[in-house]
Design a protein around this ligand. Structure first.
Ligand SMILES: [Zn+2]
Length: 193
């Protein structure tokens, strides 16, 4: 398939819940994101309520690829190696292929369960959504990820103190105070993939 087709219109799941529209600026440097060819990442932490059909967003942001790489550089080598190893191990156990078959791709189904474990999000209290975008398109060559609560905790456990400090610093500077964020991040749970 033509690689240029590995993208789609940005689905509502990756809109800003706060503003009810597409994210249009990098949370860190303020760069405008919706011009063609501008690459960025959107990350959201979602709270769900067991047995109910609604959810709330604990935090959400868009960040341009340059800033994203800067933040990753702030992660210690130890943390990066640990996360890479964890990722490789979990991927080796997975049965479903990483690649998306666009002919049969059902985004709602894809986003209904943890990318790593297959556990359904409606059975979780919390999960994260991460995807890559370019202008007004969602890129599918790096598929959108649902990261379930178990995986979030396991990944957080692999981070060095130095990396956790960096993440807390990021939160203080760019996400602002919020009780939900306090809980998530001081619980060592903000993961930047
Ligand atoms: Zn930026």
């Amino acid at each position: 398939m033509n690689p240029q087709q590995f993208k789609m219109e940005i689905p509502w799941q990756f809109y800003s819940d706060e503003e009810d529209k597409l994210f249009d600026h990098c949370q860190v440097c303020g760069k405008y994101l919706l011009d063609e060819g501008t690459d960025y990442v959107v990350e959201k932490a979602i709270r769900s309520y067991e047995g109910h059909d609604f959810y709330s967003t604990a935090y959400e942001y868009a960040i341009c690829l340059d800033c994203h790489q800067d933040i990753q550089k702030g992660m210690s080598e130890e943390s990066m190696n640990n996360l890479q190893k964890y990722y490789n191990e979990i991927m080796a156990k997975k049965e479903q292929p990483l690649a998306i078959d666009l002919h049969h791709f059902d985004l709602n189904e894809w986003l209904s369960k943890c990318f790593f474990t297959g556990k359904r999000v409606d059975e979780m209290k919390e999960y994260q959504l991460v995807a890559q975008f370019s202008g007004k398109q969602m890129m599918l060559n790096m598929p959108p990820l649902v990261i379930g609560e178990t995986v979030i905790e396991e990944m957080a456990g692999l981070l060095s103190d130095k990396t956790i400090d960096e993440m807390n610093d990021f939160r203080d500077r760019f996400l602002g105070p919020s009780p939900d964020i306090e809980e998530l991040v001081f619980g060592k749970r903000l993961i930047l993939i």
